[in-house]
Design a protein around this ligand. Sequence first.
Ligand SMILES: *[C@@H]1O[C@H](CO)[C@@H](O)[C@H](O)[C@H]1NC(C)=O
Ligand SMILES: *[C@@H]1O[C@H](CO)[C@@H](O)[C@H](O)[C@H]1NC(C)=O
Ligand SMILES: *[C@@H]1O[C@H](CO)[C@@H](O)[C@H](O)[C@H]1NC(C)=O
Ligand SMILES: *[C@@H]1O[C@H](CO)[C@@H](O)[C@H](O)[C@H]1NC(C)=O
Ligand SMILES: *[C@@H]1O[C@H](CO)[C@@H](O)[C@H](O)[C@H]1NC(C)=O
Ligand SMILES: *[C@@H]1O[C@H](CO)[C@@H](O)[C@H](O)[C@H]1NC(C)=O
Ligand SMILES: *[C@@H]1O[C@H](CO)[C@@H](O)[C@H](O)[C@H]1NC(C)=O
Ligand SMILES: *[C@@H]1O[C@H](CO)[C@@H](O)[C@H](O)[C@H]1NC(C)=O
Ligand SMILES: *[C@@H]1O[C@H](CO)[C@@H](O)[C@H](O)[C@H]1NC(C)=O
Ligand SMILES: *[C@@H]1O[C@H](CO)[C@@H](O)[C@H](O)[C@H]1NC(C)=O
Ligand SMILES: *[C@@H]1O[C@H](CO)[C@@H](O)[C@H](O)[C@H]1NC(C)=O
Length: 752
Amino acid sequence: MQISSLLHFALLLLFPLHLPWTVADNSTALYFNTSFADGPYIAKPDCQSKCGDLTVPYPFGIGIKANCSVNPFFDINCNSSFNPPKAFLGKHEVLGISETKVLIRNKLASLCYIDNNTPEVNDFDTDFSGTPFSFSNQNKLSLVGCNHISLMSKGSELDTYTSSCVAVCSKPQELSNGSCSGIGCCQASIPKGLQYINISVLSLNVLSSEYNFNPCGYSFLAEQNSYIFSVSDISDSSFINKTKETLPLVIDWAIANRTCNDSSEIICQGESVCVDSGTTLGGYRCNCSRGYGGNPYLSPGCQDINECEFNPCHPKAICINLPGSFNCSCPPNYLGDGHLPSCSRLNAFDFSIKNYLVLPVEILLTGLPIGAGLFILLAVSFWLYKDLRKRRVKQLKQSIFKRNGGLLLQQHMSAHDLVLGKMRLFTSKELEKATDRFNESRILGRGGQGTVYKGMLSDGRIIAVKKSKQVDENRLEEFINEVVILSQINHRNVVKLLGCCLETEVPLLVYEFIPNGTLYDLIHDDSNGFPFSWDLRLRIAAEIANALAYLHYATSIPIYHRDMKSNNILLDEKYRAKLSDFGISRSVAIDQTHLTTKVQGTFGYLDPEYFQTSQFTEKSDVYSFGVVLVELLTGQKPISTSVTEEEKSLATRFLTTMEGNRLQTILDSQIIEQGYTEEHVIVANLARRCLNLTGRRRPTIREVALELESIRPRENPSFIESNTQDISFTGTDSFQFPEDCSSWTQNVGFES
Ligand SMILES: *[C@@H]1O[C@H](CO)[C@@H](O)[C@H](O)[C@H]1NC(C)=O
Ligand SMILES: *[C@@H]1O[C@H](CO)[C@@H](O)[C@H](O)[C@H]1NC(C)=O
Ligand SMILES: *[C@@H]1O[C@H](CO)[C@@H](O)[C@H](O)[C@H]1NC(C)=O
Ligand SMILES: *[C@@H]1O[C@H](CO)[C@@H](O)[C@H](O)[C@H]1NC(C)=O
Ligand SMILES: *[C@@H]1O[C@H](CO)[C@@H](O)[C@H](O)[C@H]1NC(C)=O
Ligand SMILES: *[C@@H]1O[C@H](CO)[C@@H](O)[C@H](O)[C@H]1NC(C)=O
Ligand SMILES: *[C@@H]1O[C@H](CO)[C@@H](O)[C@H](O)[C@H]1NC(C)=O
Ligand SMILES: *[C@@H]1O[C@H](CO)[C@@H](O)[C@H](O)[C@H]1NC(C)=O
Ligand SMILES: *[C@@H]1O[C@H](CO)[C@@H](O)[C@H](O)[C@H]1NC(C)=O
Ligand SMILES: *[C@@H]1O[C@H](CO)[C@@H](O)[C@H](O)[C@H]1NC(C)=O
Ligand SMILES: *[C@@H]1O[C@H](CO)[C@@H](O)[C@H](O)[C@H]1NC(C)=O
């Protein structure tokens, strides 16, 4: 008890629960940044929504007479005699339209002394009086010149100046790039709500020598940060044209001169709110509610934003889009609430704590690359642990050793120093009674390895007993292998090995009984009349992927199943998938990426790369899983009896169909009947990636599992529930993690 607490505490010190994740600074705002010109409702029906490259959203509208806009002020004249077409609002060329602003082509005021005496004067006045438009105070009055003054008035009378700016200089050396503080360049802010302005440039006329390098003074309004002074602007004859091209004038817009108080006249649609314009002129605009985007002026109003497209959660988390918001949840093996930054990986040692305790020598021998500190810690705990358990292990070993198969098992045990965990040794008498002396009527099925019988133990538990066909050295080894593998696994989507019997001539394996047959039968046997819905297919696929991901990543040493097929997937009373048949499965040391073995497996599911290279990698399991996915999608057998060699393999046929974009033609008619949805396409694309001929390009099974889970996120991902049962210890140390993800209760301890 004390030892385990100590150990756990030490592990926490070594691996703090919340590993530091770097976080993008409050970037959530970004995810709500959709323009009202995005989405399905931009312009009124039957109205043009684009003029050249410019998108014209309602309340603006193209077509002066067609009522495409909310009122004539918002009419956009799209003149297609230009190429590309140009949009005009009144006489102003429109360059952009946003939720609150219109950008129009700029104008400049200038004063030039071309021939030293007669000045060339251009004032610039623009009038929006009587319209819902005004100059935005995001503009600044800028002046570029030497010894010039810019005056901006809001009326034609002299006493209506609102802003002014002075720039002086006597020689070019005084000027510096980027500095706009009155030497060669000057900027001044303007008030909001102006509808008329007249800008003129005057000369201070102190000296005449500066005209040599500065013949002109220019003044204009433009978005405050958009203009950056460059020394060359002073003497640039193309300055006017350049400014018109690159620096638009920012105009505020609002609807009419209603305010949001005039509720009867407000046109804001669903999921939006009315916002007063904020200029001094009255008027209102509509603003989509938080989490909604699109055009708030047109029925049916703002649309929910699928925030998950931008993945606002932790990169590893599962994002669930909700109306107006989103939820993040941590994937299996992670703790936290899923939002940045709080998904932290926990399982790496959590799943393994038990394994470390059960298999200390194995860990030491294979030298898991996990830090010397942990190593030493484990070494210490191992000796303490071994001392406690020595006697029991010795007894167990001795009893097995004497029995049939015990020799092989002992070899495995000394190779891996395995303890058989919670598994029970059954007596032959017990199993004979349970199966009615291996009565023919009790046979559930015959597999490559042996015959499976149904039985009932004296305590009423229903079991399945697997009996080897003959006493063959190889088969015996497969049996023992399965014992070794399954004794390390405890996952709810992996069939549970209850124990074995080595007393009989051939060894017997005892499993929990899984009542609903194999997935293969469910897919391919039409006589069962079971409506095999898309939802169920999706769930089964996710469960298998989870189980495989567990085998590949969550066990102390990765386990490759190596015989993934629908025949090896059993279905329990609730049609939950259980992975079975680990006869040829292998554990591989962590630094080993593949096994080189004699090619074993089942045709139709075999990874072609493995077939060629004899190297089994984790991606070979992914390939076989891909075939099972295709079976679920198409309802067809992995190897069909049709004639041509090409057509035989379901995987090949599926890939060809996908290439031709004809997914619907190969989908199971049962699925099609329930409606063809995007989910089918997602799963089909996933299957296609799993079936990539190059193993490297296939996703990992963990990615597959996450993707499947994210299609239909479930309340309790199977990973999390899987390991709540103890394997071999009776002591209990409960600790709970308070995070949202799910609370974990784990029993780890020593019998005292
Ligand atoms: C980021 O958000 C946190 C709380 O959500 C807040 O305290 C902080 O001021 C924000 N930082 C910025 C730069 O907006
Ligand atoms: C947000 O808006 C800015 C300016 O309109 C744009 O440049 C940016 O791409 C937008 N971001 C997203 C995520 O849409
Ligand atoms: C535009 O609306 C006005 C008043 O709502 C109506 O009289 C006119 O016929 C409409 N014009 C077109 C082209 O629909
Ligand atoms: C389009 O522009 C051309 C050239 O500026 C002008 O002559 C013509 O009248 C304009 N057409 C419309 C419909 O405004
Ligand atoms: C603009 O202002 C200048 C100087 O203040 C003045 O001379 C000019 O007449 C004004 N232009 C108009 C159209 O009022
Ligand atoms: C100012 O910037 C321009 C280019 O933008 C460069 O050509 C020029 O040399 C710079 N002048 C000074 C004084 O830094
Ligand atoms: C500015 O543009 C106008 C027409 O777009 C052109 O006629 C003029 O020559 C240009 N001026 C300079 C200095 O490039
Ligand atoms: C705006 O309000 C003024 C006075 O309140 C009124 O005279 C004018 O007709 C209104 N304009 C529009 C377009 O509603
Ligand atoms: C709108 O109504 C509120 C109270 O209902 C009032 O305080 C406010 O002054 C009104 N605003 C305008 C612009 O009428
Ligand atoms: C309108 O919505 C945008 C984005 O949702 C928000 O930034 C802005 O503050 C809102 N404006 C008002 C006046 O509520
Ligand atoms: C969203 O997540 C929160 C906590 O993270 C949870 O309380 C809430 O029920 C979730 N909402 C939905 C609709 O899943």
